[in-house]
Structure formats: C-alpha cells, structure tokens
Design a protein. Structure first.
Length: 247
C-alpha cells in the first residue's frame, strides 16, 4: 500500500515517532500545512526532507531571520535570472518562521490558502501539491515574533516531536555513526501519484452525522470560557479534510 511504503521510508530517518509521521502524512493528503514547534535538534527539518524524498517532491528551504523581507519569500530569492522564470516548489520548508517579522510571515498567506503567489501585480499559480512545513523554536523569545492568528489558522496541524526515548536515541546514535540515513530514503511515489491520492481523499464520503459532529465541535469552541478564539469555518473544513485523509 502506498501510504505504508511512504511511512517505511520516513522511518529510516525519524525513529520512534510513528504518530508524528502519520499526522504529517495525513495533513499532506488533506492538502494541509504543518507547523512543527519544538526545541532545536529533534529532527524537524530532517522530517521535512525525508518526506520530500519519499514523495518525489521538489523541496525548497527558507531560513527565516529578522532581516528576511517579503520579497525574499515571493520573488527575490526564488527568481532564476538565467531563464527569467520563477522557481516554484512542492514542499516549502519554512525554518524558524517565528524569527522573522509579521510582514514577512504574511507573504505566505496567499500561497498557503489559495495555492498562488502575486508578485508585482502578476499572479503565479503554484504547483500541485503545495505544502508548507514550518518550524519554530518555543524556547527563548529573543528575536522572535508571535505568529498572527490569521497565519496560525492556515496550518492544519501544530505538532511537537519531542525528545526520543532511550531506545530510539541509541538507534539514532548507531545509525548516524558512519552515514546519513537521508541518503537511504527512496522515492516511492511521484508528484502525480500523490495528486491522484489526494483526489481519492477529496472524494471520500462523509455522512451527515459526522458533519454535524464537526459543526458541534466548532460551535463549542466559540463559546467555551477556556477558549480565547473559537475555530473558524476554515478550521472546521480542515477537520473534515483531515478526517477523510486519516480514514
């Protein structure tokens, strides 16, 4: 089965985090974006690179810093002068997204929601699939900017990988002693095959009782005293898409 093959390849790199792997794959099949919030060095970027290789996707990475400008995201740093065309990508790794300004963060809003980017008044359609896998470090606030609610609302999952257990740590130390497991990850899927699988997910049937349950969940968050901002209609749709993908 395709999804089993994908997860097997990712497990070559990410050890002892099967639940995280499954949730990231669920988000990808549901056309969602993922925010990984965790301390440095636990494998956030390795997870993204492993998925890009296993899925046969083109991957680009932006290392966000306080001086990163919106044009660095939408135009300047992704413009290839040799052929006067824009360099697009399927999987965008937005490293330490909270280390740049809100203005720069907002440059991703159109791309994440509508699958397109507008530069100098011209709109460019992004390739399908298009996934943003962003990371942020919750430790230390120096030089960081909180993600605005409008940005957070465009992520389907916010996940934390956490530290490995002792057994997994030993396995990591052993496997990385002489080589990089990323080199062993093989493409078991193509971008076209992934798009076809996403179409199957999109057409999955949901009965009215499940729709009503999702709507009730959304309604409860909007009135609960412990919840500052209830989930939006966009978020309720994300729950529906994630349920179909997981099923």
């Amino acid at each position: 089965m395709l999804t089993d093959n994908i997860k097997s390849e990712i497990k070559k790199v990410i050890v002892g985090k099967d639940e995280i792997i499954e949730k990231v794959l669920t988000a990808i099949l549901a056309q969602g974006h993922i925010l990984l919030e965790d301390v440095p060095g636990v494998g956030k970027t390795s997870l993204a690179l492993a998925f890009s290789k296993a899925l046969g996707l083109d991957c680009k990475r932006i290392q966000f810093t306080p001086d990163t400008m919106p044009s660095d995201v939408t135009g300047f740093s992704v413009f290839e002068k040799s052929n006067s065309d824009f360099v697009m990508t399927n999987l965008l790794v937005a490293d330490e997204i909270n280390r740049t300004s809100s203005k720069t963060q907002s440059a991703l809003l159109e791309a994440m929601e509508e699958g397109k980017v507008t530069v100098d008044g011209t709109t460019h359609k992004l390739p399908s699939p298009f996934i943003v896998l962003a990371t942020e470090n919750p430790i230390g606030s120096a030089g960081t900017q909180l993600l605005p609610v409008s940005q957070l609302d465009r992520f389907m999952f916010k996940l934390s990988m956490g530290y490995p257990d002792i057994k997994s740590q030993v396995e990591i130390l052993r496997d990385r002693h002489r080589s990089d497991p990323l080199d062993d990850v093989k493409a078991v899927c193509s971008a076209n095959e992934l798009v076809q699988t996403i179409d199957v997910v999109r057409q999955t049937f949901i009965c009215d009782e499940v729709y009503e349950y999702i709507a009730e969940l959304a309604e409860q968050t909007r009135h609960h005293e412990s919840v500052q901002f209830g989930i939006s209609p966009r978020s309720a749709l994300a729950v529906s898409r994630a349920a179909k993908a997981y099923a």
